[in-house]
Ligand binder design. Structure first.
Ligand SMILES: [Fe+2]
Length: 135
């Protein structure tokens, strides 16, 4: 398993185990304990922890490695391709559909402006965003 694979698998572990708020931080802690407990090296663990801690677009922790940028950008791109799933999650939490759609539009705009760092990923997301807005 490489750093990107582990980061992709664990990036939302904090959300699953502890809930949404601050899940990039709780997930980073959970990731560190989990990887070390299963015998992964400290060097590998640190790299994966950085992927998890920096995947959240609105965080002050920005991805500093190529691996972390790939995990964060893949996560952001999935928001553009899995819109029904994300709206469903909000609806499950009791939100009205139109509110969930407004939330998603804001999230996609934020991903485009603040999260995506790899030019090819940004171009792909921009294309999805234009189609979403009928352009
Ligand atoms: Fe996340």
């Amino acid at each position: 398993m490489d750093v990107v694979q582990a980061g992709a698998l664990l990036h939302d572990s904090g959300r699953v185990v502890f809930g949404c708020p601050g899940h990039h931080i709780t997930g980073a802690i959970y990731t560190a304990f989990t990887l070390l407990r299963f015998g992964f090296s400290w060097e590998f663990t640190k790299q994966v922890v950085h992927c998890v801690a920096s995947h959240h677009g609105n965080s002050r922790i920005k991805p500093k490695t190529l691996e972390a940028r790939i995990v964060a950008d893949a996560d952001a791109l999935s928001h553009f391709t899995e819109q029904d799933y994300l709206i469903g999650l909000r609806r499950k939490d009791g939100e009205e559909r139109y509110q969930a759609i407004l939330w998603l539009r804001k999230k996609l705009r934020s991903d485009l402006e603040n999260k995506l760092t790899i030019p090819e990923a940004r171009a792909k997301a921009s294309s999805y965003y234009k189609k979403l807005n009928g352009k």
